[in-house]
Design a protein around this ligand. Structure first.
Ligand SMILES: NC(=O)c1ccc[n+]([C@@H]2O[C@H](COP(=O)([O-])OP(=O)(O)OC[C@H]3O[C@@H](n4cnc5c(N)ncnc54)[C@H](O)[C@@H]3O)[C@@H](O)[C@H]2O)c1
Length: 358
């Protein structure tokens, strides 16, 4: 039984606690730390036998593994302390604020003893994993444009540090867009150039951008795009992805939990759309086939956060290095830093070399 501690008992910690039940046979929360100790006490009150502390150093003897869900400017120092104390660590993204801090953490990473995994939750979402498989395997031909939309409303009621560019490490792109830059690199490979343009119009609580547009070109020739906003007062798309491939367009609908193949140009020997339907699906329109529908059945209920902790526990139990290691999280952060730098100069960013050695 792995004894799990949490440092930082805000919104993300609450999300982690709520979903942990399916993993109760492998882990238990034993300690909660927050500088605002009432927050730690509130979570501790929901888990019998756990303790609440103000200073995270005071919980080290009660835990084997730790989830860090802290403001970004604390990731480096607290992360380093936990690694040096020999604790397995699930660090909420992003790893740290600067390349220097990240590289130091990469050097300190001795995964799997102890494990250091970075919390890119979208990498554990079964719907998004399936989309990635279609793109990476070229199931519907060469992919030449992937567009991602993430529209939500997030103000500083979640934590006043979020509006502060120094504490956040930038704006919406660094804090939230990092998930989708990570995915675009994972799906499309090495980026060669790109641009970022952001604004805080509509999200005045953000010192830097609350709305962000990124365009990337990859070595394969494919283009990638991410539009993210924390200012959406409404949304039609929610979270959505369109991937244009040479044999049709794939549409991931975050709200519907489906991936639809759209094909209106008939191409000689391509299989009939009917033959591509997911099990139990019917052709609702002549040009659209639901090729995947996310199932919420099973012990883990198809929830990405549960899958993420499941993966973390797997690495600890089986002594495996996580796929999303500290080093593997660096290329997308390097991409963002270069995009910010180029945005400041009003030029296109040169992204060659961001992959480095993983
Ligand atoms: N994966 C996702 O989808 C997702 C979503 C939201 C947040 N996050 C990440 O989770 C992390 C936390 O974000 P959040 O939204 O929960 O923030 P939050 O502001 O809600 O919570 C942060 C908590 O840290 C506490 N804290 C501050 N300084 C501390 C210190 N020195 N010692 C102990 N506790 C301290 C605060 O009191 C607060 O309770 C960030 O890395 C963020 O990017 C991830």
């Amino acid at each position: 039984m792995i004894r799990m501690g949490v440092i930082g008992c805000g919104s993300m910690a609450n999300a982690h606690i709520k979903i942990a039940e399916p993993l109760a046979d492998r882990m238990k929360f034993t300690a909660f730390a927050d500088i605002d100790v009432e927050r730690a006490q509130k979570l501790s009150a929901t888990v019998p036998g756990s303790v609440a502390v103000k200073d995270y150093h005071d919980m080290m003897d009660k835990v084997d593994a730790i989830i860090i869900a802290l403001p970004h400017d604390l990731h480096y120092s607290v992360g380093m302390d936990c690694i040096q104390a020999g604790k397995h660590l699930l660090m909420e993204k992003p790893l740290a604020l600067t390349e220097k801090e990240c590289v130091a953490l990469v050097k300190a990473d001795k995964s799997p003893t102890p494990v250091l995994m970075i919390g890119y939750v979208m990498r554990h979402d079964p719907l998004w994993i399936k989309m990635g498989e279609f793109i990476r395997n070229k199931t519907y031909g060469d992919v030449f444009q992937v567009s991602i939309w993430t529209e939500q409303y997030t103000d500083t009621s979640r934590g006043s540090w979020m509006g502060d560019a120094k504490r956040l490490g930038g704006g919406q792109l660094f804090s939230h867009g990092c998930h989708y830059i990570d995915l675009l690199l994972h799906w499309l490979g090495e980026p060669v150039c790109g641009t970022h343009i952001g604004t805080n119009l509509g999200t005045p609580w953000m010192e830097r951008e609350g709305t962000s547009n990124v365009s990337l070109k990859f070595a394969s020739g494919a283009l990638g795009y991410h539009f993210g906003t924390w200012g959406a007062r409404g949304s039609k798309l929610g979270y959505a992805v369109h991937a244009h491939c040479t044999e049709g367009m794939l549409e991931l609908g975050g709200l519907s939990g489906t991936i639809i193949l759209h094909r209106s140009k008939s191409g000689g020997d391509l299989p009939a759309l009917e033959s591509l339907l997911a099990k139990g699906e019917k052709l609702e329109a002549p040009n659209e086939a639901v090729i995947y529908r996310h199932s919420k059945e099973g012990k883990k209920g198809g929830k990405a956060l549960v899958e993420q902790i499941d993966g973390f526990l797997d690495c600890i139990e089986k002594k495996k290095k996580p796929d999303i290691s500290a080093a593997a999280s660096l290329p997308s952060l390097r991409t963002i830093w270069r995009l910010y730098e180029a945005e400041g100069k009003g030029i296109v960013a040169d992204l060659r070399g961001v992959m480095g050695s993983r």
